[in-house]
Design a binder for this molecule. Structure first.
Ligand code: G3I
Length: 370
C-alpha cells in the first residue's frame, strides 16, 4: 500500500489513503469522514479560499469532497471583492463556488452581505444618506438576487455588535441607524425568498454580547421580518473554550425560535492578549509569541483534541438546535490565524495538519460517533 501511494499523484494519495479507510469502514462499520459520522446530526462545513474554489489545490480538493458537506467562501463574497465599484460587480469566483456546491452536492453559505469590514473604497466615501441607502439596497438586491434558489443560506449581517452588546459604530449605523439590520433581512428575504437568513458574530456566546444579539434578533422579529438563525463564529482558544456560555447561548437563541450554527470554528494554539476576531485589532510581532514555528508538542495537540471532543459532545447534546458546524479553513497551514493578529506565525487551529493528515483532534471528534 505504501509503495503504491508513493507512485501516484498527491491528490491521488489522499484519495488512496481514504480508500484504505473505506476498507476499515467495511471491517469495523465506523464512518470514515466527518460528514458521514455526523450525517444525522448537523452539516459539517469548511471555509474555502480562492485556490480551493477553483479546485487548483488538489490535496485540499480531495479532502474537502471527502470530509465536508457545507462550504462558506472565506473572502470572495465580501463586498470589497464582489462589488468593487458603484456599478461594477465581480461574480466570477462567487459563481464558481455556487457551481462547485451544486456539482458536489455541498451546501453553500453566502458570507456576507452586510459587514463593516472589507467594504469597497467607494462605499466608505459615500457622504449622502440617500446615496448610501441606494448602495445598500442595490448591493443586497443584486448579490442576493443573483444566487436566489442556488444558495442554501446567507450571513445577512455580520458583526454588528460591540462586546458590551451595544451596536457597533459603523458606516451602516451612522447612515441608517440601527434599523439597518432589519432592513438588510427584509431586502434579502425579498431578493432570495428560499434562502435561510442568519445573523453572524464572534463572541456572541459571551453574556453581554449575547444579550445584544437577542435584542437585535427580537427587533427584526418584531418588524415581522424573517430571520432563521444565529451564527456563533467560534474563534476559541486552547484550554479556554467557554463551554457554559456556549451552551447558554445555544439555548437562548433556540428559545427565540432560531436555528443555531457554529460558523467559523477554530481553536487557536498561540498566545495573544485579547479575545475575539475583530480583524482591525493587531498585535506587535515578537518571536516569543511564535513558539511552535518548528513543530508543536504532542501534549498540546492532545489538549486540543480534548477541547474539540468536549465541544462536539456539547453540539451533539443540542443537535436538535444546531444545524451546521463549519471550520474556518481546511488545514492548519491555510488558517487565517497564521497571519492574524500577528503576521507570519505558525498556528495549529484545525483538525488537519499542514500535510492534510488528520490530527488527534480529528480522531477525538470522530471517536464520539463510534
Ligand atoms: O486579496 C488580497 C491580495 O490581493 C493581496 O495580495 C494579499 C496580500 O496581503 O491580501 C489579500 O487580501 C487578504 C484577504 O484576507 C484574502 O487573502 C487581506 O489582506 C486579509 O486581511 C484578508 O483576511 C481575511 C479577514 O477575514 C479580513 O477580512 C481572512 O482571510 C478571513 O479568514 C477573515 O475572515 C473573518 C470572517 O470573514 C468574519 N469573522 C472573522 C473572520 C476572521 O477574521
Amino acid at each position: 500500500m505504501k509503495k503504491f501511494i508513493l507512485k501516484i499523484t498527491a491528490a491521488g494519495a489522499i484519495l488512496a489513503s481514504f480508500a484504505y479507510c473505506s476498507n476499515t469502514k467495511q471491517i469495523t462499520g465506523f464512518a470514515t469522514s466527518l460528514k458521514d459520522a455526523y450525517k444525522n446530526d448537523f452539516l459539517i462545513g469548511t471555509a474555502l479560499n480562492t485556490q480551493q474554489i477553483e479546485e487548483k489545490d488538489l490535496k485540499a480538493d480531495a479532502l474537502i469532497k471527502q470530509q465536508f458537506n457545507a462550504v462558506t467562501p472565506e473572502n470572495i463574497m465580501k463586498a470589497e471583492i464582489i462589488h468593487p465599484q458603484w456599478d461594477k460587480y465581480n461574480f466570477d469566483l462567487a459563481d464558481k463556488i455556487v457551481a462547485y456546491g451544486t456539482k458536489n452536492n455541498i451546501k453553500v453559505n453566502g458570507h456576507t452581505l452586510i459587514w463593516h469590514s472589507q467594504l469597497p473604497a467607494f462605499a466608505r466615501r459615500i457622504k449622502d444618506v440617500d446615496s448610501f441607502k441606494t448602495f445598500f439596497t442595490d448591493h443586497i438586491n443584486t448579490v442576493a438576487g443573483r444566487y436566489s434558489g442556488k444558495i442554501f443560506s446567507w450571513d445577512v449581517v455580520n458583526e454588528a455588535l460591540n462586546e458590551d452588546g451595544t451596536m457597533r459604530k459603523s458606516i451602516f449605523l451612522d447612515k441608517m441607524g440601527d434599523g439597518f439590520v432589519t432592513e438588510a433581512f427584509r431586502l434579502t428575504e425579498k431578493a432570495s425568498p428560499g434562502t435561510e437568513l442568519y445573523y453572524n458574530d464572534y463572541n456572541n456566546e459571551q453574556p453581554k454580547k449575547r444579550e445584544g444579539c437577542i435584542a437585535l434578533v427580537k427587533k427584526v422579529q418584531a418588524a415581522g421580518v424573517r430571520i432563521d438563525g444565529v451564527g456563533i463564529q467560534g474563534h476559541w482558544h486552547l484550554g479556554r473554550v467557554p463551554f457554559k456560555d456556549i451552551e447558554e447561548s445555544i439555548l437562548a437563541y433556540h428559545a427565540l425560535g432560531l436555528k443555531v450554527m457554529i460558523t467559523e470554528l477554530d481553536i487557536e494554539m498561540l498566545p495573544r492578549n485579547f479575545q475575539g476576531a475583530d480583524v482591525n485589532q493587531r498585535q506587535a510581532s515578537n518571536p516569543a509569541l511564535n513558539p511552535y514555528a518548528n513543530g508543536i508538542p504532542d501534549s498540546l495537540l492532545q489538549q486540543q483534541a480534548t477541547d474539540y471532543a468536549n465541544l462536539f459532545k456539547l453540539f451533539l447534546k443540542h443537535k436538535d438546535k444546531i444545524t451546521r458546524v463549519t471550520f474556518w479553513g481546511v488545514n492548519d497551514g491555510q488558517s487565517w490565524l497564521n497571519g492574524w493578529p500577528i503576521p507570519g506565525r505558525t498556528n495549529y487551529p484545525l483538525l488537519f495538519d499542514r500535510a492534510f493528515n488528520p490530527k488527534p483532534a480529528y480522531h477525538a471528534v470522530m471517536a464520539l460517533k463510534k
